[in-house]
Design a protein around this ligand. Structure first.
Ligand SMILES: C[S@@+](CC[C@H](N)C(=O)[O-])C[C@H]1O[C@@H](n2cnc3c(N)ncnc32)[C@H](O)[C@@H]1O
Length: 285
């Protein structure tokens, strides 16, 4: 349909616009309207719900355009050029379900989000009830129980490895249930210290070098924190790559396009350098 923008008005936090087409159809566009539900407070993901409302419009762009989601999507499209029909993907520690929703929208046969924290899981269910995606589901559980849910073609492990005390054991667990690939978006340690996060001196854990991260004490209040462990271990980058390979993924690569257009800048003086975070992909052949 050929749509032409004919006007808009500010209403609350959102913008209501009316578009008309060359045909007689007129549609009301409610993009930018925040979900008005006092029970819900979304901390990260701006998901567009089926009625056009957004879970966190102040972000300014939808989850489907999030650079980290787009990076994962590009990787998945390379791994599965024929599409995602018949495939299962799991989104570990899925927070408010943003990635899982977008994976379901990409056409995976099943996109399962696993989240332990009750308040985050409630947000996931809020979203689930407002999108018509039968292939999307959520469970409230600890990611350490992953094997309960069978095998998955793809494991999406974003923002959780660095919240675990024994990350090597977790990578080995993921290798047992991954049919083809694991995408790990994670912080890592470097021999040179970084100022951020108050990490420990270099140490050894599970036979690997890295640094300890102290989790916030009130684990229930901090929606992004660990669940059940008070410290987490960040593996030194080189050994993280080795561990993914040793766990059973002969192809391992680091995908840099989540850093945006200025990759070198990010790695020398920007986010990658200051926060030590990247996307590591392991693939079975
Ligand atoms: C930093 S957030 C990352 C959220 C999301 N995966 C992302 O990449 O943006 C960490 C998430 O992990 C959840 N979490 C922490 N430990 C967990 C565990 N053992 N099992 C399940 N979820 C956990 C937290 O509740 C939170 O939603």
């Amino acid at each position: 349909m050929d749509l032409t923008w004919i006007g808009s008005t500010i209403s609350g936090r959102g913008r209501i616009g009316i578009r008309t087409s060359s045909s007689t159809a007129i549609c009301l566009v409610v993009r930018g309207l925040k979900v008005e539900d006092p029970r819900m407070s979304f901390t990260a993901f701006n998901i567009i719900l089926d009625d056009g409302t957004e879970t966190k419009p102040e972000i300014g762009s939808p989850m489907s355009q999030h650079p980290w989601f787009l990076s994962a999507k590009r990787c998945l499209q390379v791994l599965y050029p024929q599409g995602f029909e018949g495939l299962r993907i799991v989104d570990l520690a899925c927070l408010e379900g943003g990635y899982a929703v977008e994976f379901a929208r990409l056409g995976f046969a099943q996109a399962l989000g696993i989240e332990a924290r009750p308040s985050n899981f409630a947000n996931c269910m809020f979203v689930k009830e407002r999108v018509n995606l039968p292939n999307l589901s959520f469970v409230q559980d600890d990611v350490w129980n992953l094997e309960k849910y069978g095998t998955f073609d793809v494991i999406f492990c974003s923002g959780i490895l660095y919240h675990l005390e024994t990350p090597k054991r977790f990578i080995e667990l993921m290798a047992r249930v991954a049919g083809k690939a694991v995408l790990i978006n994670t912080h890592f340690a470097t021999e040179a210290p970084i100022a951020a996060f108050g990490l420990s001196e270099m140490d050894e854990n599970e036979g690997l070098p890295g640094r300890w991260f102290k989790e916030p004490p009130a684990i229930d209040d901090n929606k992004w924190a660990s669940w059940g462990n008070s410290r987490s271990f960040w593996i030194q980058r080189e050994y993280l790559i080795q561990t993914i390979r040793d766990a059973g993924f002969p192809i391992v690569f680091e995908q840099y396009d989540l850093l945006g257009d200025e990759i070198a800048k990010s790695m020398t003086s920007g986010y990658y350098k200051s926060d030590n975070r990247g996307l590591f992909v392991g693939v079975k052949i």
